[in-house]
Each structure stands twice: as C-alpha cells, then as structure tokens.
Design a protein around this ligand. Structure first.
Ligand SMILES: [Zn+2]
Length: 716
C-alpha cells in the first residue's frame, strides 16, 4: 500500500480526466514537477531513499490511468489523440525514473538496493501492461496504417513508425498466453539484471589490495601512489596504500608496478569479479538470463535474441555485425602477435626470463612504448589536468556548436563534488544544463558514462535538456589538480561527445530526442569527439603542466601522434573478444539448454584463436553492458560499428581543412548532433558525409592493412 493515500486518491481523480497535481502539492518531492531555474531542476536536496517506492507506485498508477484515457477515447484514432497523447503521458514516471536511475548508478546504498530489487520487476510489468493493451495497440495500428495519408510531417511519421514497431517488437500482436509468459519473463529478467549489477558492485567494493610497505609500490609513479594512499585513508587504512578493484585503480597498477607477483594478484582479483563461486557469483544468473532471452525471442518470432535486438539497428542483422567484427579480428590478432614479440624481446634484453602473461601486457607494452616512440605516459600525465581538459572540452564545444558554459551556483546536487554548468547557444539562448560528477565514491558504478536527466523537446515546451557526465577519478589532495592518463582524457572527451549529442538536440518529440538513437549509432558522436583531444589547438591551450603552467611540448605531441596506433592489437582484441562472445552467446542460447558462461567463453575464444596473453575487456561474469540490462546485449559490437562512422567522419574533417572547419562543423550539427532519431541514421550519415562510410578509414585509424574492397557499412 502506498504511504501517500492522497496520491492513491489522485489516481481515481485522474481516471475522470481531471488534473491531479493541482489540488494539493504532493508531500513526496519526487512527484512534484521540478522547480527552480532553467525550467526546473532535479530535487537532489530533498529526495531521500524512502521516497522512491511510493513515488514510483504513484507515478506508475498515474501513467496507467493516462494510458487508459488514451485507449478508451471514443474519438477516431489519429496522431494527436494517440501518438502525441502517448508522448504526453508518463511524465511523472520519467521524472521519478530519472532520479531512480541516478541513485542506482551513483548512490547505490544497501537501503536503495532493497527498493531497486523490489521495484525493477514492477517497472518491467508496467511497460508490458502498456504495450499489451489491446485497445491502445489497435488505435496505434490504425494511425500507423494511415500515416501516409494523414498529412503528418516527417518527424511525426518517424514517431508513428517507431512507436508502432516498438509495440510489435514488445509483443503487442501476440495471443494472451504468450503475452502473459512474455511479461513473466521480463519481470524475472529485471530482477536478474538488478542482482547481477549489485553483485558486481559488491565485488568491486569488497575486494581490494592493501599494500603495507613502500617496497610494494615499486615502479608506481607519484600520482598513482597518492591515489592509492587516499583510497586507503578513505577506507580507514591511513598510512597504507589501497589498490581498489576498479578499472581506474587496476589499469595504472598493471601498467607501472615492477612487482610481478602483485600485478598477478591485482589482475586475478579484477578479472574474477562476479566469478568467485561465492554468494555474489554471477554465473547462474547469466545462464538463466540467456535462456529467458532466447525464449522471449522465440515467442516474438525471432530465431535468437540477437536477431531480435539488431532488427532496428544500423547493422540490422547479426550476420552483418559479425562480418565487420571478423574482418577486423584477423589483422588485430596478427598485430597482437607482433606486440607480444616486441615485449618478449624487451623483457629478454632486461634479463627477465618469462613468457608474457596477461598481467604483464600493460607493463611491457608501456616499456615498448618508451623504447619505440620515446613516449613515456608519465611524461604526459603532468600536462593532463582534469579541470583544464574540461575547459578544453568546453572550448571545442564552442568552436563546433557555438556553445558557452557558465558555472551555476545553487542548483542542488547529490554530493558537493558534483558541479553544474549552464550551456548557452550562439545567440545567448539557454540550451541546457551539464552536470559533472567526476569522482569515485562508494555506491557509484565504476567506469564512465553520460546520462540524460531530461530530454530536449519542443512538443510540450520548449523543454531544454539536462545531461550529466560521470567518471571515477580519484580526488587529489586539497589544492592539488587531478592528473589523468591519456586514456582517461580520451574517455572524458568521449562522454562529453554523448553530452553534446544531448545538448545539441533540436527536435519536437522527446522519444526521438538527443541520444535516443539506435545503439550502434549512439557511439558515433562520442567516438568522433575523442579526436579533438589530440588537436594542437586543444593541447597547446589546455594541456598545461600542473607545476610550470607550460603547454605540452610540440615534440611530445609529435611523439603521441606517432604512437597513435601503438598497442592497437591489444585494444582491438581485448574489445572485440567481448563483442564476439556477446554476439555468439546470444546466437547460441536456446530456451532449453543451460550455457555454462565460463566454458562458453573459453571454448569460443579458443575457436577464435584468442591470443593467450589477453582476456576479454569485460569477462562474461562481469559484463554489465550485456547483463545489467538488455541495452547493449548482442550490441557490444556497436562500438566498432560506430567507429567505422567516426573514423570516416574524422577523415571528412581532415579532407575539408581540419578539425575546426566551420562548414564541416555545421554539417555535423545539422545532420548528426541535432537530429536525434528523427531520421534514419544511415540517411543522416549520408547527408553529413555525402556518401556511405566504408571500413577503410577504420583500418587506417587502427593502423591495420586496408583491404582492397572495404565493405560499406551504411544501410543499402
Ligand atoms: Zn559511449
């Protein structure tokens, strides 16, 4: 029962079509419209965990009531009373859901996790209740069938197509028993996804390597030592050093530690997340997820989960995605063998009698980088100050899109470390807000991501967007800058690319807005933006030494450029192994057979000829892209697919006269960043580039041989 009977009563009132919020303001801050400047901001100052359950229940009831009004409208179905009405519905739930998602990814306390476990299946059930509503679907189908004769504009037609297709793909046309089974599967999957994520978070929080003596730090550069000292201190181990079980702690340790025994320890702990045979082990969960997904795909009329997932992507079929992956796999593996040979030779020269193991790869790769390109990552890091790079990103956004960023005070945030900027456009108009949550903390997912708290739209508005970027840097001592690696700087620009995709959006309907595009297209704007980091304009102004303030020396930049394709064997294979295992898992799974994730991973990689010196970037039991929701499932290939676009698009800038070519920037804004999902992505790309992308640019970017006939990836 809801703790807020007033709102339960509101549900009944809403059925009669009267506004519910006008009578009495809700006591639950999650249910109120966002208030304050900029069209309202999320109420981080007043929301508490106990608000979520009643707010979600009330918001779900409200949406169901809204759906019922649309479905039982006696008027003839048309765009306005059906599709537009759907766009208008569920507004309270999307606000509550935004905060729910933010807590889940950045503030996941045990008490929140309990609410999440309880509510995730209920949210899945609600979504099925809507798509399975027969009266609603028959109205939607009527609008869909008459879409060409109804005087709709292109964006409206696209929205009709998308809604109709999504309903069908979610089972709207199935019979009653199949619908019931489908809904049961979705609810069970929602619970399994939640448990999978919570297990992983626990393994990242509960395991760490505590180093007691200075000798254990051999090889670690000063910033890594400091981060380890602060990590230990914040976990009650002052005076020691802690290597946390997260990517941002693991990677620098494996790169620099001279202690092979400790490297192996850190490596094993990290790559065994979710695979420890204890209460947090994810293997059984994966087996069940795969079976349920296969059963759902069969119910929906698809041979496999992969076929279902890829239908509305750019790739369209698993076969086309596999074709691209396999084309890149072979040259990448060949490059790994060369990289390993270089490392083995160097180790031998140093007198180390060893074969390269996975915990040696980053360490010796770093030494080879130094030897071959005279490029020491440690020499680069002092120039990579987090806050200066952030200013560099702002400057790039100004050059490309005319955006200006101004820090704002007084907008509530979840923690004081989170800061907010107002984004304005060329004429000074308000564009949106950008929240930046840079630091790791307990309860926050590892990695980096972008989130849209509110989508841009003109339909019920104008409504401006609110986006966030989230990373896991370790805080520096007070008064000292946070120094980051070149890889982290690249990630920073990547996530900012997603944020700009949201900020530049200029569409009517929120469902088509910003980053709401197919999975294998959404990584294109973000991967493209990575390229601007290495432009001299950014490096000379913003890559400034944290002590001297001097810009990064030209010859160091040249060395970075020369080394651009260095270690691409490792990076491509580490990623592609995961993408291939993901796709093959979802092509192989059936509703009947239990798949043992460990065995499947081993056998699949053996069959592919996986170099033994590398493991998957995310091993199966920790592959949250594909098991913490459906979103990247059979979709991890998307990064490679989108990179064919971003590599090709970057060459378009180079051909046009450089990274800051005004005409090219305008084409990018007009055809890619501003249009969301209002047009087919392949058509959008063609409009930007004047032709379909091939794989040649991708192969050049990674330093692999370009095949004679590089297949185009655009939709024919
Ligand atoms: Zn991304």
């Amino acid at each position: 029962m809801s703790k807020y009977p007033l709102l339960a009563a509101g549900f009944a009132v809403l059925l009669l079509g009267a506004p519910v919020m006008a009578a009495a303001p809700p006591a639950n801050p999650l249910l109120a419209r966002w208030t304050g400047p900029y069209g309202g901001v999320p109420p981080f100052d007043t929301v508490r965990v106990e608000h979520f359950k009643p707010a979600l229940e009330a918001a779900m009831a409200e949406q169901l009531a809204e759906i019922e009004v649309i479905a039982s409208n006696p008027a003839k179905p048309d765009f306005e009373n059906t599709v537009a009405a759907l766009e208008r519905s569920g507004r309270t739930l999307s606000r509550v859901g935004a905060l729910f998602g933010i807590f889940s990814s950045t503030n996941s306390t045990p008490e929140f996790q309990a609410v999440e476990s309880e509510m995730a299946p209920k949210l899945a059930a609600l979504s099925d209740q809507i798509t399975q509503n027969e009266k609603l679907f028959s109205r939607l189908a009527a609008v869909y069938e008459t879409r060409d004769s109804s005087n709709l504009n292109a964006e409206q037609k696209r929205l009709v197509w998308l809604d109709y297709t999504n309903f069908v793909r979610a089972g709207a046309r199935l019979g009653k028993p199949a619908k019931e089974r489908l809904s049961a599967i979705n609810q069970r999957l929602a619970s399994l996804f939640t448990t999978f994520s919570q297990n992983l978070l626990a393994d990242e929080a509960n395991y760490m390597l505590v180093l007691e003596k200075e000798a254990d730090l051999a090889g670690l550069p000063e910033p890594v030592r400091q981060a380890a000292a602060l990590a230990a201190e914040s976990r009650g181990q002052k005076g020691k050093w802690a290597i946390l079980n997260t990517r941002s702690s693991m990677e620098p340790f494996l790169t620099y530690s001279d202690r092979r025994d400790l490297r192996e320890k850190v490596w094993r702990t990290y790559y065994n997340r979710g695979d420890n045979g204890d209460a947090k082990d994810n293997n059984k969960i994966i087996t069940e997820i795969l079976k349920l997904r296969a059963e759902r795909a069969k119910l929906l009329g698809y041979p496999t989960h992969a076929h279902w997932r890829l239908e509305n992507t750019m790739a369209q079929t698993p076969e086309r995605a596999l074709e691209l992956m396999e084309a890149v796999w072979k040259p990448a593996v060949a490059r790994v063998h060369e990289e390993v040979a270089d490392m083995a030779a160097l180790a031998k020269k140093e007198g180390a009698n060893l074969t390269i193991e996975p915990w040696d790869y980053r360490y010796y790769a770093e030494k080879v980088r130094k030897a071959k390109y005279d490029l020491d990552q440690n020499a680069v890091t002092p120039y990579l100050q987090l806050e200066k790079l952030r200013e560099g990103m702002f400057w790039v956004a100004g050059e490309l899109f005319g955006f200006r960023f101004k820090p704002v005070q007084g907008v509530p945030t979840l923690t004081p470390d989170i800061r907010v900027w107002e984004v304005t456009g060329r004429t000074g108009q308000h564009v949106g807000l950008w929240y930046f949550d840079p630091y790791a903390r307990p309860g926050k997912n590892s990695g980096a991501w972008m989130n849209a708290y509110r989508d841009q739209e003109r339909f019920e508005g104008p409504v401006t967007t609110i986006v966030s970027n989230n990373t896991n840097f370790v805080k520096a001592k007070p008064g000292e800058p946070v120094l980051i690696s070149w890889d982290d700087a690249t990630t920073l620009f990547h996530e900012f690319g997603h944020a700009l995709h949201g900020l530049a959006s200029s569409v009517a309907y929120p469902s088509l807005s910003g980053t709401n595009v197919p999975r294998d297209y959404v990584e294109f704007p973000s991967q493209l933006l990575e390229h601007w980091l290495s432009t001299p304009e950014v490096l000379n102004r913003f890559a400034l030494h944290y002590q001297t303030g001097k810009p990064i020396p030209k010859e160091l930049v040249e060395r970075i450029e020369r080394a651009a394709t260095f270690n691409q064997g490792f990076e491509t294979v580490e990623y592609l192994a995961g993408a291939l295992v993901d796709m093959k898992l979802h092509l192989t799974a059936t509703p009947e057979k239990d798949i043992d994730p460990d065995a499947f991973e081993r056998e699949t990689l053996d069959a592919l000829g996986m170099p033994k010196e590398i493991v998957m970037r995310h091993r199966t039991p920790q592959f949250s892209h594909i098991f913490s929701s459906d979103s990247y499932s059979a979709g991890y290939y998307s990064y490679l697919w989108a990179d064919t676009l971003s590599a090709d698009a970057w060459e378009a800038f180079e051909e046009a006269g450089g990274a800051y070519d005004k005409a090219m920037a305008k084409r990018l804004a007009d055809h890619v960043f501003s249009v969301g999902n209002t047009i087919d992505p392949a058509a959008a790309y063609r409009a930007f580039r004047g032709k379909d992308p091939g794989t040649a640019a991708l192969m050049r970017k990674r330093g692999f041989p370009v095949p004679a006939a590089a297949a185009p990836t655009g939709r024919p």
